[in-house]
Design a protein around this ligand. Structure first.
Ligand code: ADP
Length: 287
């Protein structure tokens, strides 16, 4: 069942000024409940503008966003409620942290939603656990956290509102490889337990290949492709024409295939490549 539907969605910045810019152009798509969507596109392709329209942070110039079948702008006065349902973690989490302690920051959403004392406490601790934030950090000021911890705190603050749709803008940017894969696996296990819909905007094709059920490719404000990672990353040339690339490991396997080795060209992760190469070596009697 679809949770988000977007019809003829457009957004133009600076209408009737010399800086007028159509950032999102006639998007039509639907996202199913429980999917993990990877959103990719060159810088300036309209990704941020698009996701900000999903939770009513910006109002479409024309077109509609439906959440569970309802136009989110049907009652403009109630648009704030949409932000509890579609939670957004921005690329720069420091802008999202403002309270005295990490605990208060995470508690802000649940308090605003009208939860009571004990429930708030349980929600804060659960959200912190989901985002891999240790309890001892909860007493600290958010400004004393490291970059990775700040991002986890911002994620916890949004998860605490238990949104049906979680939007993460570049969640692993700036993290080291270990931090990246840990955060991705935490997002994955949160998703498995909560079974909500997750939209991840990322420049890392590796992250997207690892985690997404479907990949949405934007180019110059338009929806260019929307399919499984396997089908999207099989179109290396098309992606390259949009300033994108396929995951490194996919590229290596494609070149092995081009050189005549009997391997799949739909490999997306190092683990899959390892299995392919082991089975190739076995077939050739080398192991
Ligand atoms: P992405 O997230 O893919 O990098 P954006 O949605 O940020 O893309 O931007 C899409 C287009 O809209 C770009 O050309 C960008 O320069 C323009 N844009 C983004 N924000 C603003 C703004 N506040 N005012 C004017 N133009 C903007």
């Amino acid at each position: 069942m679809s949770i988000i539907e977007v019809k003829d969605l457009c957004f133009t910045y600076g209408i009737k000024t010399p800086f007028e810019k159509k950032a999102v152009d006639s998007l039509n798509l639907s996202i199913n409940e429980g999917e993990i969507i990877g959103l990719i596109g060159h810088t300036g392709s309209g990704k941020s503008t698009f996701v900000q329209m999903l939770n009513g942070l910006i109002r479409p110039t024309s077109g509609q966003v439906f959440l569970n079948g309802e136009d989110i702008w049907a009652k403009p006065k109630e648009i704030r409620k949409i932000r509890f349902k579609v939670g957004m973690v921005f690329q720069y989490p420091e802008y999202q942290l403002f309270d005295e302690t990490v605990y208060d920051d995470i508690a802000f959403g649940p308090k605003n939603m009208g939860l009571s004392g004990e429930k708030i406490d349980a929600t804060v601790k659960k959200a912190a656990k989901f985002s891999g934030l240790s309890e001892k950090l909860l007493k600290k000021s958010p400004f004393d956290l490291s970059g990775g911890e700040k991002r986890r705190a911002a994620i916890a603050g949004v998860i605490a509102m238990d949104p049906d749709v979680l939007v993460l803008d570049e969640p692993t940017a700036g993290l080291d490889p270990k931090g990246k894969s840990l955060l991705l696996s935490q997002i994955n296990s949160y998703h498995r337990e909560r079974n909500n819909t997750v939209i991840i905007v990322s420049h890392s094709m590796e992250d997207i290949a690892q985690i997404a059920d479907r990949v949405l490719v934007m180019n110059k404000g338009r929806l260019e492709m929307f399919d499984t990672p396997k089908k999207i990353f099989a179109q290396a040339e098309k992606l390259e024409s949009m300033g994108l690339r396929v995951p490194q490991i996919t590229k290596i396997m494609i070149s092995l295939k081009e050189k005549g080795y009997d391997v799949s060209d739909g490999v997306l992760t190092v683990e899959q490549a390892f299995c392919e190469i082991v089975s190739l070596l076995k077939k050739e009697g080398k192991i």
